[in-house]
Design a protein around this ligand. Structure first.
Ligand SMILES: Nc1ncnc2c1ncn2[C@@H]1O[C@H](COP(=O)(O)OP(=O)(O)O)[C@@H](O)[C@H]1O
Ligand SMILES: [Mg+2]
Length: 428
């Protein structure tokens, strides 16, 4: 049997743990062009927190690869799996199909010694206000979710509505949010009522602000009560949070940023509390209820933590980037434009899975974080990749190694592909 390559582990961990707590994501590609062939299995450490960047141009296999990692994690043996949970922020509406087996790639799977398999442990969450639409379309979902208005700052609302913080509208929103702070919980209707009561702003400013809040009601997600974070963090489970609908709304990106920002904050708080419970458990030996470690997977990450400017998700995600390790939160950031991703997030990345990239600026951004231990230039590695979907280079800061890898086929159905008239001839 070929030796397994482990990424995400340094020498010491490798010696202590071997490949326990790792998952099979693909095989090492040796040789290039026509001579390329697959060799050693490549395993990814999931026992420790990581910040993983998955990049590559459109259609190169990014979302698919994230799906592979998620699949592997929820098919681990129970004693490891139950310490983990995955939250997939589905910005494009493509992960709902994970419950179904990948029958269309049965043959390829068999070549890899795998079988089509639906991920039945996945839970599909939709914004409460959209549940009816799903019912009408006959699409099944497992649960609806909401987020509490009381956790949205005046600044977040301003960002979402495109109001300046120092203009009349922004100031009114901040006054109202500050006033409502004394209540533990409040709804958008309560905000609108308070706007009406404000004595400082002119009527036309109040009208404009009220109408924005009225439209925010249509987003169907910000309410008095929020879904408890623990609902998204079931041991050994995947929660797919579908926020793809907001694509069509004019405030689309800002609403999605708010949702991701608030989720990140709630997950962080939940894990910090759990960490304490875990420590108490270790000290007293008494079992306590706690949430499992979390992997947050965010597609189109450059839209939420851009390098230039700020969104409602910037600060909460950066908190996870900087302080997530201790409470056991991992991030998997997916982007087709690493160059547009926040520099701090990029710098904290310890594993890069890069599919084919063509833009010089994007390659340059990877060079700036990972070049130090590489024998050849990153561009040379990327250019040597076979023109095969799912081929990638993996740069691992932990082991200070770089590998060319073919990511394995998915066991569950991937809905993200563009329709093809002619089946591509695959190398492997
Ligand atoms: N590892 C892989 N093995 C086989 N096919 C793959 C693999 N990765 C991607 N593909 C194919 O490429 C298509 C596009 O991948 P996807 O991950 O959706 O692209 P993007 O990079 O835009 O997120 C998929 O629908 C699938 O058909
Ligand atoms: Mg994608």
């Amino acid at each position: 049997m070929l030796e397994r390559i482990v990424v995400g582990r340094d020498r010491f961990d490798l010696k202590e743990m071997g490949d326990r707590g790792t998952v099979f994501i693909g095989k090492h590609i040796v040789g290039s062009g026509e001579d390329a062939h697959l060799t050693n299995p490549v395993m990814l450490d999931v026992a420790r927190p990581h910040i993983i960047l998955v990049c590559g141009k459109r259609g190169s296999g990014k979302s698919y690869s994230a799906g592979v990692i998620a699949e592997e994690m929820i098919t681990l043996p129970d004693e490891i799996r139950n310490n983990l949970s995955i939250i997939m922020i589905d910005t494009m509406g493509i992960y709902w199909s994970m419950k179904m087996p990948n029958d269309k790639e049965r043959e390829t799977l068999e070549k890899w010694g795998l079988q089509p398999k639906g991920m039945t442990g996945m839970r599909f969450f939709v914004p409460k206000g959209y549940a009816k639409k799903y019912d009408e379309l006959g699409i099944e979902y497992d649960a609806v979710f909401t987020l509490p208005c009381s956790e949205i700052s005046g600044q977040d609302w301003c960002l979402a509505f495109g109001f300046s913080m120092i203009g009349d509208h922004g100031l009114l929103i901040q006054r109202v949010v500050k006033k409502l702070k004394s209540r533990e919980k409040y709804s958008i209707d309560d905000i609108i009522e308070e706007v009406g009561r404000d004595s400082k702003a002119e009527q036309k400013v109040k009208d404009a602000v009220s109408s924005r809040f009225l439209s925010a009601k249509d987003w169907g997600v910000f309410e008095k009560e929020g879904t408890p974070a623990a609902e998204f963090m079931k041991p050994g489970g995947i929660a797919v949070i579908d926020i793809s609908h907001y694509l069509r709304s004019s405030a689309g990106w800002s609403v999605r940023s708010m949702v991701i920002g608030m989720l990140s904050r709630r997950v962080f708080q939940e894990r910090v509390a759990s960490r304490k419970a875990e420590e108490m458990e270790a000290i007293t030996g008494e079992e306590r209820k706690h949430a499992p470690m979390v992997w947050m997977m965010i597609d189109e990450a450059h839209q939420f933590i851009p390098n230039e400017g700020e969104t409602a998700a910037s600060e909460p995600i950066l908190t996870l980037v900087k302080e997530g390790r201790e409470p056991g939160i991992s991030l998997l950031l997916i982007t087709q434009m690493p160059n547009k991703l926040n520099r701090e997030a990029l710098a904290q990345t310890d594993i890069v899975i890069s599919h084919r990239l063509t833009s010089k600026a994007d390659i340059e951004s990877l060079r700036s974080i990972m070049q130090s231990y590489m024998k050849e230039d990153i561009a040379a590695y990327i250019n040597s990749l076979p023109r095969q979907k799912g081929a990638a280079i993996i740069m691992d800061d932990n082991s200070e190694r770089v590998y060319t890898v073919q990511i394995r086929p998915r066991m569950s159905w991937h809905a993200g592909g563009s329709p093809k008239a002619i089946k591509e001839k695959g190398l492997f």
